[in-house]
Design a protein around this ligand. Structure first.
Ligand SMILES: Nc1ncnc2c1ncn2[C@@H]1O[C@H](COP(=O)(O)OP(=O)(O)OP(=O)(O)O)[C@@H](O)[C@H]1O
Length: 302
């Protein structure tokens, strides 16, 4: 008799997630409101230990997706499951790292990392030890007693990552965490993050505007459509990361171009339909351009 081993449940499951916001209805009288769809029928499984990156044009609902994951807001319909349980609010099973480091300026690096541990009820001694261990993990051993204003942008973001990891969340949620950093610091933090991910085996959902960043970090890249945000496609990144300069390889270039093309196809069709509706109607919201810079456009054509 043959027995089949059931596949493990996903760490995260998005089931037909739909999110609407109530917004003012232009031209329909004072106080009139209308529903604005930010996310539409988003369905995706994220296996335990996966590094998933999410790209999409500006305004497509990436941050909304992360807010839903963080439990800061609830889906209008559909649900998000973490280990099979619906997310209904914030919790220490999820660590969040934002673009702005959100460190407490009056606390040292160590005391910032201890913050989440305090909330979890960890005792003083253990807190300090865990904080030091995680500061070391992000390469900041020796900086524990510095205050945020005494640290560079990259170091502050390292502290924010250490703080999120210290309370041992199931999932790490990152909303453009390196966007405010210079290119060199960004690249070194990307490498640090990959190292930390390999060392900890955490499930990571990482939102980014950068196609390069999405390809470099992600095991899979989820590509979203322009407003309302839907999942257009999920691309597996089968990249050999063992070499020195992975970003210069032909494989990296091809993957990058595929994702750029998918985003660009959406932007073109949205622009065309926006032009058509602008010609037939004087109402409506301006359509955001795809979040691909002219430099990226040039690079992927090259
Ligand atoms: N609280 C809110 N009320 C009304 N509309 C909202 C609210 N939050 C977000 N939106 C709208 O939902 C859409 C998605 O916003 P979101 O911030 O998730 O996009 P994004 O993809 O993260 O954008 P960006 O890449 O520019 O940061 C946008 O059109 C935005 O205006």
């Amino acid at each position: 008799m043959t027995t089949t081993t059931p596949s493990p449940p996903p760490k995260l499951r998005f089931e037909h997630v739909h999110k609407e916001f109530s917004v003012r209805a232009a031209g329909r009288g004072r106080g009139a409101r209308t529903a604005f769809t930010a996310l539409d029928d988003f369905t995706l499984d994220v296996p335990a230990g996966e590094f998933l990156t999410v790209v999409g044009p500006s305004g497509c609902g990436k941050s909304t997706l992360l807010d839903l994951l963080g439990g800061l807001t609830r889906p209008t319909s559909g649900r998000i499951l973490l280990d099979g349980e619906p997310i209904t609010g914030p919790g220490l099973d999820r660590g969040v790292v934002f673009q702005q480091y959100a460190l407490l300026p009056w606390r040292t690096a160590r005391a910032n990392v201890e913050f989440g541990l305090q909330a979890k009820g960890v005792g003083r001694k253990e807190r300090a030890a865990l904080a030091d261990e995680h500061l070391e993990l992000v390469g900041l051993a020796g900086f524990a007693d510095r205050y945020p204003h005494e640290l560079s942008g990259g170091m502050k973001q390292r502290v924010a990552i250490a703080r999120s990891l210290a309370f041992d969340p199931e999932v790490l949620l990152m909303d453009e965490p390196f966007a405010a950093l210079d290119a060199q610091t960004r690249e070194s933090l990307q490498d640090e993050l990959l190292r930390i991910w390999r060392a900890t085996g955490k499930t990571i959902v990482f939102i980014t505007h950068g196609i390069d960043e999405a390809v470099y970090l992600g095991q899979r890249v989820a590509i979203m459509t322009p407003r309302p945000g839907r999942l257009q496609t999920v691309r597996t990144i089968d990249l050999d990361r063992s070499g020195d300069d992975v970003r210069s390889t032909a494989r990296f270039g091809r993957l990058r171009h595929e994702i750029w093309s998918a985003l660009h196809a959406d932007a073109t069709s949205t622009a065309a339909s926006a032009a058509t509706s602008a010609a037939t109607s004087d109402a409506g919201d301006p359509t955001p351009a795809a979040d691909v810079s002219p430099r990226e456009l040039e690079a992927s054509r090259a």
